[in-house]
Write a protein that binds this ligand. Structure first.
Ligand code: NAD
Ligand code: MG
Length: 382
């Protein structure tokens, strides 16, 4: 029996993971965590026979305790102690945002394999996270579809022969536009090919998501930014390309369905059945590719630049982006302001070139959030 903890179980990735696990009698869920939606989390625990849950929000945890007889912990310390005591073989980290770093650190620190959807962990603390995994021997199995595709291609290619990685991007709902003025929340949330949580949907619309993914790929696959590229592919059928030293390029294809990479990560190194049709290229029709528009979608070059600078720069970028995306979702700033807030926060922050401890990452995250919030407050007085 494989024992799994699911962090962020009530989200888009979390619920799809539960669906996959429900179809597999060889997997037992030993812990669930969520933010504040305690009713949904308790219902999941009842349905999947889980005895311990963690809620980030203390009030939500209290409500869960009053309505459920299982063990309810709360906050970061709750996540840490639950994972440490879980005897898990795998932790799926599907928390959104920098708040997912704690679950990544404790899982890898305990030597537990990590199925990682929370790309923000690698964006803000990539060097330290990779060193932690190397030190403890725990594996990081990417859940992000492009990175799952790359990992599968690299496994097929054999060691040492990959020279270049290309991630595909759908281009989001505003591909082809040269003016991002007047975009509404609903327009930005309506992704053309993938159905995802709110934050990543906005990141896809600004193309920040692809920038975060380049930083994620840099850490996971140990490649320089010069050897990483992005191509816009609106049909989202090709997920990634790996170019080899002998001129061959391998591609990973499939319909856009997150259950495929989630299942791959959960069952790794095995493969399990997923109820997804196999690809029919004639039915899929035309596959098109184009250069990303770096002038209109400023978040992508901002992320690439922060990635190249390294150190605290990607952490500043990520924190500013999270604050700006929240403000956009709460309709306090315009869509175009997201990139502006990120650019100004990076310009105002003093970035250092190396991080030596996770506390520095957390400090930088907290400071950058404050700075980004101040920038928004200056722009939009209360
Ligand atoms: P979501 O918003 O749908 O779900 C997030 C989950 O995290 C929820 O269960 C929420 O309760 C929990 N959560 C939020 N803040 C928390 C905190 N501070 N502590 C503990 N739990 C917290 O998000 P999602 O779309 O499922 O994305 C999750 C992660 O996976 C993100 O990092 C995203 O970039 C990545 N990802 C998602 C997709 C997708 O298709 N949704 C694809 C690739 C990568
Ligand atoms: Mg992705």
């Amino acid at each position: 029996m494989k024992k799994i903890v699911i962090c962020g179980s009530t989200g888009s990735i979390g619920t799809q993971a539960l669906e996959i696990i429900a179809a597999d009698p060889t997997i037992q869920i030993v812990g669930l965590t969520a933010g504040s939606r305690w009713e949904a989390c308790v219902e999941q625990a009842r349905e999947h026979g889980v005895s311990t849950i963690v809620l980030d929000d203390p009030q939500a945890a209290e409500s869960a305790r009053q309505n459920w007889s299982g063990s309810v912990l709360n906050g970061q310390t709750g996540i840490e102690s639950m994972i440490c005591d879980s005897d898990a073989d795998l932790v799926l980290n599907a928390i959104v945002g920098a708040g997912g770093l704690g679950a990544t650190i404790v899982s890898l620190g305990e030597g537990i394999d990590l199925a990682l959807a929370n790309k923000e962990s690698l964006v803000i603390g990539g060097d330290l996270v990779m060193a932690l995994a190397e030190g403890s021997g725990a594996r990081i199995i990417p859940v992000d579809s492009e990175h799952s595709a790359v990992a599968q291609l690299l496994a097929a290619a054999g060691p040492g022969s990959a020279e270049r990685i290309t991630l595909t991007a759908s281009g989001g709902p505003f591909r082809g536009r040269s003016d991002l003025a007047g975009i509404t929340r609903d327009e930005a949330l309506a992704h053309p090919t993938w159905s995802m949580g709110g934050k990543i949907s906005i990141d896809s619309a600004t193309m920040m998501n692809k920038g975060l993914e380049l930083i994620e790929a840099h850490h996971l696959f140990d490649l320089d930014y010069d050897d990483l590229s992005v191509v816009v592919h609106p049909q989202s059928i090709v997920h990634a390309l790996v170019s080899m030293n002998d001129g061959a390029t391998l591609a990973h294809l499939g319909y856009p369905d997150m259950r495929v990479p989630i299942s791959y990560a959960i069952h790794f190194p095995e493969r399990a059945d997923v109820p997804v049709p196999s690809l029919d290229l004639a039915l899929a029709g035309e596959l098109t590719f184009e250069e990303p528009d770096l002038e209109t979608f400023r978040c992508l070059p901002l992320a690439i630049d922060a990635g190249r600078r390294g150190g605290t720069a990607p952490c500043v970028l990520n924190a500013a982006n999270e604050v700006a995306v929240d403000a956009f979702l709460e309709q306090r700033i315009s869509f175009e302001m997201i990139a502006e807030v990120v650019a100004r926060t990076l310009a105002e922050a003093e970035t250092v070139s190396e991080l030596s401890h996770f506390t520095e990452v957390l400090d930088c995250d907290a400071e950058s959030r404050e700075r980004a919030a101040e920038i928004i407050a200056r722009e939009v007085p209360a």
